[in-house]
Write a protein that binds this ligand. Sequence first.
Ligand code: HEC
Ligand code: HEC
Ligand code: HEC
Length: 276
Amino acid sequence: MDKVKLLLGAVAVSSVVIAAEKIILKKPPESLKRYYPPQSQKFEFLSNMYLMSTSFYAVNLNINEGNWDKALEWAEKLRDAYVKTSKMVPEWKEYFKPELAENFVKAVQSKDVDKVVQASKRLGRTCSKCHQENQIAVKLVFHFPSFEEIKLEDPVEFTELKTGDYMRKLSNSMKALRIYLEQGDTEKAQEAGINFVERARGLRAMCSKCHTEKISEEAILGKKYEDALTRIEEVLSGDNPSKEEIYKHLTLVGSACTKCHNVHLIPAMVQEAFAK
Ligand code: HEC
Ligand code: HEC
Ligand code: HEC
């Protein structure tokens, strides 16, 4: 029974990154693109991963139930998927050790639990090594559509801008509003503030380029956001705009910016870095 328990532990190949002193994000290889949108909608590489990990667990499960024949079938499935996957991304060939997958099959054939434990550990290490070095970057790059392709019309200058450029103009008009308010330059503050409000409203047009559900947009740019923008407009068009009142509403708007960045900015930053 002890041996079986040992096996359980050893075969549980973690796909999650193990605790580390540092995390490195390596640019995913060119040829991996073939297995992800827009080139393919089938996620062939990822589905092989699921097949391998299911097969790994199936061996474990069947051995624990004493069903060595089924365990062998799954071990062979694992080996075949492993060999097939090793040919999918030439740049990653070195991560795979097909002979270890073959050894694993032989170990299951031998019906010797110790051998299976050893073989599964050695094979499992090849999985973990690649995951540690590549999984996070792959998720960030391939599981998020790119903001690079998204263009937004600037409601102030009537030009088409890329997301990053739009964001810069948006945030500059917000800064200008603050600067002129601090300087007591009401007229300029009004102009900058109105530009900011229009650009902040213009952000909405972006959401539907990826999201089909209105609820995603509402979760961040909902009624509170719209109300805060309207209030900024109203206060600014009054005679003696109150700085404090405007800052109060700006804080609310700013928290929407932060929310959206929390969800979208990190993948966008990683993608941008690798696009160069
Ligand atoms: C989709 C949700 C979203 C919302 C809402 C949003 N941003 Fe952004 N923001 C992004 C993304 C994505 C990027 C990265 C764009 C890029 O660099 O291609 C970004 C980048 C930025 C940048 C860095 C630009 C650069 O590259 O130098 C600033 C500054 C910024 N946003 C300000 C704001 C402000 C201010 C608001 C709110 C008024 C806001 N953002 C609202 C998604 C959002
Ligand atoms: C050459 C690199 C490499 C090797 C070797 C490798 N993997 Fe992966 N694996 C990845 C990458 C990259 C991802 C992330 C793919 C994605 O999210 O689209 C992944 C994802 C997974 C996932 C899915 C995790 C999740 O929920 O997103 C599982 C399960 C998995 N691998 C199991 C295995 C097993 C079991 C082995 C060994 C028998 C293995 N992998 C070998 C690179 C590798
Ligand atoms: C380039 C594509 C893209 C754009 C543009 C975009 N998003 Fe997203 N957003 C995603 C992806 C991808 C996710 C992760 C969830 C998923 O895979 O569907 C996500 C997740 C979210 C989530 C959490 C989960 C959900 O689906 O509701 C919210 C909320 C959200 N986005 C709001 C926004 C808002 C607001 C805007 C416009 C200002 C926006 N997004 C623009 C791609 C995008």
